[in-house]
Design a protein around this ligand. Structure first.
Ligand code: NIG
Ligand code: FE
Length: 397
């Protein structure tokens, strides 16, 4: 049995309502806290002064946080990390005034098809290290940059080497070789490609957007995935208003992502559903679009998550602290809401109850900040405030 005790924590975000100093605080913030971890799981959280004597095990390793803040590890529920090449030239062109178009995906498809397993694997592992160093302890990875049967299965297999949360996104765009017959491509996605990816994937996703897939096509693809046992999520309403968000509510997907352009009816339908709305402000930053209105969603009662969408086209960053800073500065979220959305919100968007919060039995994924409060994540944007990262009780960064 191994016991690790983190004590003298200035403020601990547990994300368990009722556990904090203010019983009504959904982030369960405890000041002057300690956490005990036994065999990689949280065994106790509370005020340091209340720590049970039974946990004063002589073999326990005790870490003094010296008044710093601790939060749960970030849960990044939306990334596209298996790819080759980059598109810095497109970013530069956008910053010079050209708009983003979904067609750029095809350039990354060409580079990814040409890359070996080892090249893709090395790149992916580099991103995983980068995420760990920034406090991310759980992440999702999508396929979608090969768009052939064997190639999508290869990307899913490589993604599965680094995470259990693998998403089949064969419906990212219609590849050039099917330009004249999109229905044939959709048949492939719903049939042989889905079958080939199935052993590695937990989720199915579609890019429902002008230039990618229509709502009717998206429905067909999601239903095929659901029929095969995958859980549904959807990219919708990213580049303009469309019917994707309504489709998400109607099919009761687990998460609908982007949602930059929503009308009142979309918000009403999403609020009446159990769908998590995952906002990806790295995209608005990198495509110079207006930020989504998180305040309106939260006030309507929607459960909001924050994720990076790390991908070479629209958001080439894996920084969850940056997402928090943008959400607070640009999207009307309070610091508490943004930290919750980047941890517990991401866990909800991945249907995970073992991560995103710190309470008896959850996986001991914690971030020790080099700051006295979590507010510093937004108050000191761009500053590397992650001092130590534990995943399952192990120090990983
Ligand atoms: O989430 N929206 C679809 N996929 C990515 C963009 C991918 C790309 O441009 O390569 C996104 O923004
Ligand atoms: Fe995406």
């Amino acid at each position: 049995m191994s016991t690790l005790i983190l004590t003298n924590i200035g403020e601990l975000t547990t994300n368990v309502e009722g556990l904090g100093d203010d019983p009504a605080d959904p982030t369960g913030l405890i000041r002057g806290a300690a956490v005990a971890i036994v065999d990689g799981r949280v065994a106790w959280v509370g005020r340091a002064a209340d720590r049970p004597r039974s946990l004063a095990d002589v073999s326990a390793v005790v870490v003094d946080a010296e008044g710093r803040a601790v939060i749960p590890g970030f849960v990044d529920s939306h990334t596209h990390l298996v790819f080759a090449g980059d598109r810095a030239d497109e970013f530069a062109a956008r910053m010079a005034g050209h708009p983003y178009v979904a067609g750029g995906i095809r350039r990354t498809v060409a580079a990814t098809r040409a890359a070996s397993d080892d090249e893709l694997r090395a790149r992916l592992r580099g991103f995983v290290d980068e995420m760990h160093r920034q406090g991310t302890t759980t992440f999702e990875v999508k396929t979608g940059y090969d768009l052939t049967v064997d190639g999508e299965a290869r990307l899913a297999r490589l993604a599965r080497e680094v995470t259990d949360e693998v998403t089949f996104l064969g419906a990212h765009v219609v590849p050039d070789e099917f330009a004249g017959d999109r229905d044939a491509y959709i048949d492939l996605v719903c049939g042989p490609m889905l079958d080939a990816v199935l052993p590695f994937a937990r989720w199915i996703d579609v890019f429902c957007e002008r230039g990618a897939f229509t709502p009717a096509e998206s429905r067909r693809i999601l239903l095929a995935g659901i029929g095969a046992g995958l859980l549904p999520r959807l990219h919708a309403n990213q580049l303009g208003h469309g019917r994707g968000a309504r489709l998400a509510a109607e099919l009761d997907v687990i998460s609908v992502d982007h949602c930059t352009y929503l009308d009142e009816e979309d918000v009403r339908l999403l609020a009446a559903s159990d769908v998590v709305v995952t906002l990806l402000p790295g995209v608005e930053f990198s495509t110079r679009q207006p930020y989504p209105d998180a305040r309106r969603l939260i006030d309507a009662g929607v459960s909001v998550a924050l994720a990076s969408d790390c991908n070479p086209g629209t958001s080439f960053t894996s920084s969850m602290p940056l997402m928090i800073a943008l959400a607070v500065r640009e999207m009307g979220m309070t610091v508490a809401e943004a930290v919750w959305a980047a941890t517990a919100g991401g866990a909800r968007a991945l249907r995970r109850s073992d991560v995103g919060s710190l309470t008896l039995g959850t996986r001991a994924d914690l971030v020790l900040l080099d700051a006295p409060t979590r507010t510093h994540l937004a108050y000191r944007p761009g500053v590397p405030l992650v001092r130590a990262v534990y995943r399952g009780g192990e120090l990983i960064a």
